[in-house]
Design a protein. Structure first.
Length: 115
């Protein structure tokens, strides 16, 4: 069973920055993909950024140039550096990892950007 611990959310003014972290533990196998999703009130959960085992990265168009996803050398912790935050970035951010084809989700961390 994979456990995910997220941290780093909070309240920030527009134009500010936050860094989210997600530490994975308990996996007996290599993690294939690590990523961040977000869900705003009344909206569907959407992909923000993801990085796969080979280091390939994808971003939502809305965050390109502002957000950066990275991971540590052990490939068990993933980060999301969020710069130039906008009010529309306000959402609950969820970490997701996939190992052996099975997805695991974190509990979510609230990011609120005030205008």
């Amino acid at each position: 069973q994979v456990q995910l611990v997220e941290s780093g959310g909070g309240l920030v003014q527009a134009g500010g920055s936050l860094r989210l972290s997600c530490a994975a533990s308990g996996s007996r196998f290599d993690i294939n993909t690590m990523g961040w999703y977000r869900q705003a009130p009344g909206k569907q959960r959407e992909l923000v950024a993801a990085i796969d085992k080979g280091g390939r990265i994808q971003y939502a168009d809305s965050v390109k140039g502002r957000f950066t996803i990275s991971r540590d050398n052990s490939k068990t912790t993933v980060y999301l550096q969020m710069n130039s935050l906008k009010p529309e970035d306000t959402a609950v951010y969820y970490c997701k990892v996939v190992t052996l084809g099975r997805p695991y989700w974190g509990q979510g961390t609230q990011v609120t950007v005030s205008s």
